[in-house]
Design a protein around this ligand. Structure first.
Ligand SMILES: Cc1cc2nc3c(=O)[nH]c(=O)nc-3n(C[C@H](O)[C@H](O)[C@H](O)COP(=O)(O)OP(=O)(O)OC[C@H]3O[C@@H](n4cnc5c(N)ncnc54)[C@H](O)[C@@H]3O)c2cc1C
Length: 383
């Protein structure tokens, strides 16, 4: 008889929870459940960063930062997906990155396809240096649902629930979150068996790590990002102007659907969950200065030779957005620990994978692979 698969509970269904659950499931050695308050099929909410992301794969990690390897590994996996089964979630395109300072050499992005440094006549006046290469943008609503469908199609279980404390899961797994028809009715049943603890818990709750009992990580904080979504299917290339001294980014990220995300802002510890009107206007002004092609010449009110104005682009605005990147002082938490199983002397492993700030998509597959390794080492089940 085949041995029973070990039960693993993944908390969180953002890009990190979904990717981590998939990596664990695809070993074939575990029965994996995802338990989360917000799921990819829900309307957008401030409690779920993954729905608000641009998103593109442009790593910020320097070559000597351990995250660089995670980002590179993730890019390789996403690039393959963008050519095969998940093609519809991605757009391959040429990306230009402009910097208001001199870019370090060698560039951390030299591994990207078709990488080249830009000459002075190819960069905007505000910039000092620039690079171009090929990358992907991600249509995040489709991609999150693709990950969810891939997990479900391989027998994964997804449950909705708000977890108060990880001890709750350590004691009886996802039992309390099952539909009523599947729950045991305790003492009224002869031969009642207490719900078993899972073999391990994997914590991928993003900003929720600040509040989740048993984790309560005070280093976790929001980095607010405001965006504007416009309809501009003629845009087939991406651009970013980074002014890191001023913590100011201006970017244009087209998606395969014809929608283009314009941004952005980087506002640490700013808890305002609704878009600010003056910021929306500033994003549109900056984006039009960087990318006048957002409004084709024949649609410019002051004439084809004039620069486009904010009023010219307003008819194409679909949505103002605002999300909280899950920041963490000291960076990403990717490590193993354990938690006591209540009413017993046992402890079970807990793997933490959260705090990805503005790089959750960029590092997703790499950090999920490390989380899997930590899990298997903690369980002593590495093959
Ligand atoms: C404007 C903007 C642009 C961005 N652009 C990019 C980009 O271009 N590239 C990139 O890589 N990243 C980008 N990001 C960052 C990216 O969105 C995040 O790094 C990523 O979404 C984090 O994913 P996560 O799964 O850790 O968290 P989330 O997506 O927030 O998911 C957290 C999950 O945990 C669940 N949860 C939390 N607490 C509990 C609890 N107590 N009980 C049960 N469930 C719980 C939630 O319900 C949810 O399912 C951007 C972010 C913003 C805001």
């Amino acid at each position: 008889m085949a041995s029973e698969k070990k039960e693993i509970v993944v908390l969180g269904a953002g890009v990190i929870g979904l990717t981590t659950a998939l990596k664990i499931q695809e070993t074939g050695r575990y029965k994996v459940s995802i338990l989360a308050e917000v799921l990819p099929t829900d309307p957008k909410t401030i409690k779920y960063a993954s729905q608000w992301a641009g998103a593109h794969h442009v790593s910020f990690a320097k070559v000597d930062d351990p995250r660089h390897a995670l980002d590179k590994e993730t890019f390789a996996e996403m690039w393959e997906l963008s050519k095969s089964e998940a093609e519809g979630c991605f757009m391959q395109l040429e990306q230009a990155e402009y910097f208001t300072n001199q870019r370090e050499s060698p560039s951390p992005l030299e591994h990207m396809p078709e990488f080249r440094s830009l000459s002075p006549n190819e960069i905007p006046v505000e910039a000092v240096s620039g690079e171009a290469f090929n990358t992907i943008t991600i249509d995040v609503p489709s991609y999150l649902n693709y990950l969810l469908a891939r997990f479900l199609s391989k027998g994964g279980r997804v449950l909705r629930g708000s977890v108060q404390h990880i001890a709750q899961i350590a004691e009886s797994g996802v039992h309390a979150f099952l539909p009523a028809s599947e729950r045991q009715s305790d003492f009224t049943k002869v031969g009642f068996v207490r719900p078993a603890p899972p073999a391990a818990i994997v914590v991928c709750v993003g900003l929720g790590a600040r509040y989740l009992g048993g984790v309560e990580d005070a280093d976790v904080y929001p980095i607010r990002g405001q965006t504007v979504l416009v309809q501009a299917p003629w845009i087939k290339h991406g651009k970013t102007l980074s002014d890191l001294d001023a913590m100011m980014w201006t970017y244009m990220i087209p998606r395969r659907t014809g929608l283009v995300i314009l941004g952005g802002t980087l506002e640490p510890d700013d808890w305002n969950a609704t878009p600010r009107a003056e910021t929306t206007r500033s994003i549109l002004e900056r984006a039009l200065k960087l990318s006048p092609e957002l409004v084709p010449p024949h649609l410019r009110s002051a004439g084809a030779d004039a620069a486009p104005t904010v009023e010219d682009i307003l008819p194409f605005v679909v949505e103002e957005g605002c999300g909280f990147r899950p920041g963490r002082k000291g960076g990403l938490r990717l490590e193993a620990g354990n938690v006591k199983v209540p009413l017993t002397d046992k402890r079970i492993p807990v793997v933490y994978n959260y705090g990805h700030a503005g790089s959750g998509y960029i590092a997703s597959f790499g950090s999920a692979r490390v989380a899997l390794e930590l899990l298997e080492t903690a369980l002593g089940s590495k093959h």
